[in-house]
Design a protein around this ligand. Structure first.
Ligand SMILES: *Cc1c(COP(=O)(O)O)cnc(C)c1O
Length: 623
């Protein structure tokens, strides 16, 4: 392969200090730079744009993470980016681990290096390592394949088929012709291996990594998740339920043939950032309660807080910490966004990427339903539990439905917050640009966290762990790591609602997404009123066309079943309000959430990777 053009990969190292380990790792990121110097001659002819063209083309590769891929140009840029990052990392690994060697013995590569494929985005690394081993270092195919499969493992982060990348073979062939050739070789070898194992021909066909083109030479694709599953040693999901569904549904054919490849590693979050740094008040109280700060490096020690859940003095202090965190957030939000937030309300938060499966629309319909109740008198305003609802979410740039949902939430906030009838009872805030800074301020101030995805769609979730560890209670479905959180904190300390994975599957089988949602809309007046308000222009200055795409989807398609789960969701919200009216009971439940969530430390996740996948053991603490 003689590439038509090249870019320079410039490393940028971030230091990642371990907590009390005496070690600092480097995270090496890559910047793309042009080999072509700035063209002064062209510039002097006043052709300013042409003078910088090569630099712009090169630098675009690493300018933006996940560039929009709804156009052919965007798709090509993504593949260029994926290839650029993995090619740089693979060459760098050889340089770093075999310094100054012209003819390194790369059969030892897997004993030095492990590439944990974080989703399908870096899977092009498999054919790249094959190419490097064969074309640059002269190994034969079988030796290269042995090294490659021992070097790679694959972590799957989704169950949504559209997120399991499938590349048109044509695009790969145009940009990376040698890689396409290698992928096709791997795909053929795989088919022969399956046939050799006696796998039936229809299953062999279903499992193809590279598919054939149609009679017009179109339609051939490469399935990156299949390539990753075959090309590495292990495949893991990121929560127990997710790993089971991977084995039983998404990659069932593969787990039948290679049952030992499949593992689970439940995700975790770092207690240093998401507890100690973001919640100093609660951290001080935990240290006081446990009599040590060792929990920051061994989060399971939080279990020692369990007896304190029955100590009213401790529970009171815990409630006071939450109160102070809420007051601090009120100040932060006033400064940063100009919000006027009433701290004497329940802080109810839903923060995560905007996606239909996460069902932000169900949450906004609940808010609208409450608003409708205030307006039409079905809710007694004097007796209702005051709530402030926080949304935080970003949409992918090409995702029209998600953008429309963001617009709806903002417009509901505008209407509700400016209606005197809601004053002190209901408010909605949607701070823009949800990011780590906002997360670190909002999570410790939250009373009630929403994890309301359709069962079977959220691989793990990590937001759910951050909230439980910061003394918020969760309202959630049996999905992703919610299942394990509920198991650990206790069913009585978790607000469960909604359909299970099996019930969801049954509804699909009955044709739900072809008009099945209408029945639910007709039968629950709370839902009907809310949907009708969106349809009649209440939140769009009377313009009924604005939210037509949303309303139309809810009533005819509703693939993620927000309508079907709505009644159960409203019912659990009533139970939540009942509980919240007893502050000591609520705070006790919150203490038990913190005490039982130590498992969700990223330290435990990494230990599971060491134990189940890398088999290397941990490095000892350095002096
Ligand atoms: C934790 C986190 C997420 C992931 O949240 P989920 O609720 O698990 O989807 C997304 N964005 C930011 C900024 C986070 O901190």
């Amino acid at each position: 392969w003689k590439p038509a053009w090249s870019v320079r990969a410039v490393p940028v190292d971030y230091m990642v200090p371990g907590y009390n380990s005496g070690r600092v790792n480097t995270l090496r990121l890559w910047t793309a730079k042009s080999y072509d110097e700035f063209d002064l001659l062209t510039f002097n002819k006043s052709e300013y744009l042409d003078a910088v063209k090569p630099q712009v083309a090169a630098e675009n590769i690493s300018k933006i993470l996940y560039p929009e891929d709804s156009t052919p140009e965007g798709k090509a840029l993504r593949l260029e980016q994926q290839y650029f990052f993995v090619a740089a990392s693979i060459h760098d690994a050889i340089r770093v681990f075999y310094p100054g060697q012209d003819k390194p013995d790369l059969t030892t590569f897997p004993s030095k290096i492990n590439f944990q494929l974080n989703d399908t985005h870096p899977v092009i690394g498999i054919p790249e390592l094959m190419r490097v081993l064969m074309d640059e270092y002269g190994y034969d195919w079988n030796t290269a394949w042995g090294i490659t499969t021992k070097t790679f493992n694959y972590t799957c982060h989704t169950l949504l088929p559209e997120a399991l990348e499938v590349w048109p073979a044509k695009l790969i062939g145009e940009l990376l012709p040698r890689h396409l050739e290698i992928i096709q070789g791997i795909s053929e070898q795989f088919r022969n291996e399956l046939r050799g194992k006696g796998v039936a021909e229809d299953q062999v066909e279903r499992m193809r990594i590279a598919t054939d083109a149609d009679e017009n030479g179109e339609g051939a694709v490469v399935r990156m998740a299949y390539l990753a599953t075959y090309g590495g040693s292990y495949v893991n999901g990121v929560a127990e339920l997710h790993s089971e569904l991977l084995k039983d549904v998404t990659l069932k054919d593969f787990s039948n043939v290679y049952p030992d490849k499949f593992k689970n590693v439940t995700n975790g979050v770092t207690p240093r950032r998401f507890v100690r740094l973001s919640n100093p008040r609660m951290s001080a109280l935990i240290t006081e309660g446990l009599g040590t700060d060792a929990w920051q490096g061994d989060l399971e020690l939080l279990e020692g807080l369990k007896p304190l859940a029955d100590d009213p003095a401790f529970v009171k202090k815990f409630a006071e910490v939450k109160k102070q965190n809420k007051l601090a957030f009120v100040d932060f939000a006033k400064q940063k966004y100009g919000f006027e937030i009433n701290p004497d309300t329940m802080f109810n938060t839903i923060v995560k990427r905007l996606h239909e499966y996460k069902r932000q629309s169900m949450k906004i319909l609940q808010v609208i339903s409450t608003y409708a109740g205030i307006k039409n008198g079905t809710i007694d305003v004097d007796k209702m539990l005051p709530r402030t609802v926080f949304f935080g979410a970003k949409s992918a740039p090409g995702y029209a439905m998600a953008k429309l949902t963001i617009q709806l939430i903002n417009n509901v906030a505008r209407v509700v917050n400016n209606d005197p009838a809601c004053k002190g009872k209901l408010a909605v805030f949607f701070p823009e640009n949800y990011n780590i800074e906002l997360a670190m301020n909002l999570i410790p101030a939250t009373d009630l966290d929403e994890q309301i995805s359709q069962a079977g769609k959220e691989a793990s979730g990590t937001g759910n762990m951050k909230f439980a560890l910061n003394g918020a209670l969760t309202v959630g479905t049996l999905d992703g790591a919610n299942v394990e959180i509920r198991e650990r904190v206790g069913a009585e300390n978790f607000f469960l609602f909604g359909m299970t994975v099996d019930e969801v599957e049954k509804l699909y089988a009955e044709g739900y997404d072809h008009g099945g949602s209408r029945k639910y809309y007709e039968s629950d007046p709370r839902l009907k009123t809310a949907v009708d308000m969106v349809a009649d222009g209440t939140f769009s200055n009377g313009d009924k066309s604005v939210y037509e795409p949303l309303v139309n989807d809810w009533l005819t398609h509703d693939y993620f079943m927000a309508m079907a789960d709505f009644s159960s969701y409203m019912d659990i919200q009533a139970q939540i309000e009942e509980t919240y009216r007893d502050p000591m009971k609520w705070a006790r439940m919150a203490v038990l959430n913190v005490a039982n969530s130590g498992y969700f430390s990223s330290d435990r996740s990494i230990e599971d990777y060491l134990d189940r996948i890398w088999h290397t053991g941990a490095l000892p603490t350095a002096e």
